[in-house]
Ligand binder design. Structure first.
Ligand code: SF4
Length: 184
């Protein structure tokens, strides 16, 4: 059954309250969808972006290709790449279509936060840099509920004194945290 706008906005408000309570941000949702251990490392600022060439080049390329939308600075601390206020649509640019589910979490985060702030339903999409490809991000009630569950889980992770254990998985080979994680 299709979700009504009122249901989505109500769920978005519950989500925004959790985000505020646990001081969360969009990228954490991408990390936790991939790996809880990675989310903990990011949350605790255990990273080496300034040392790793791939991460450094990725962030420079991102900034050059898609300047961020400055119209939302100061609004709930969120900063998606582009916002179409008339169409109520948020667009996040990504370097590739890989890990699509995880990437969608961050974009969904922005759309839910804007839905909560404005009291209207927002849609979301990921734009793949250089490919002129726009992928719609699902924002049904079940998607909002999943984000609420992830926000609760991130709240639990934020209380942990050490990184949660995680099983080794294929993504570990390309994970930017692999040398810090101990699973390199
Ligand atoms: S290397 Fe693997 S287990 Fe470690 S943080 Fe990355 S994804 Fe998680």
């Amino acid at each position: 059954m299709a979700s009504s706008e009122a249901e989505i906005v109500s769920a978005a408000k519950s989500f925004a309250a959790l985000v505020e309570r646990h001081d969360l941000h969009g990228l954490l949702f991408q990390h936790v969808a991939l790996c809880e251990r990675r989310a903990w490392l990011h949350m605790n600022r255990v990273d080496y972006a300034h040392l790793e060439e791939k991460m450094r080049l990725g962030s420079v390329s991102h900034e050059l290709h898609k300047p961020r939308d400055h119209s939302v600075e100061g609004l709930l601390g969120i900063s998606p790449d582009r916002i179409d206020w008339d169409a109520r649509k948020v667009i996040e640019a990504k370097g590739s279509a890989g890990a699509r589910d995880a990437v969608s979490m961050q974009t969904r985060f922005y759309a839910l936060m804007l839905s909560a702030a404005t009291g209207s339903g927002w849609s979301a999409a990921n734009e793949i840099i250089g490919k002129k490809k726009v992928l719609k991000v699902s924002l049904l009630l079940e998607d909002a509920q999943l984000m609420i569950d992830l926000a609760r889980r991130l709240g639990d992770i934020s209380e942990m004194k050490v990184a949660p254990a995680a099983a080794r998985r294929p993504i570990c080979d390309s994970c930017s945290y692999r040398h810090l994680c101990g699973y390199a």
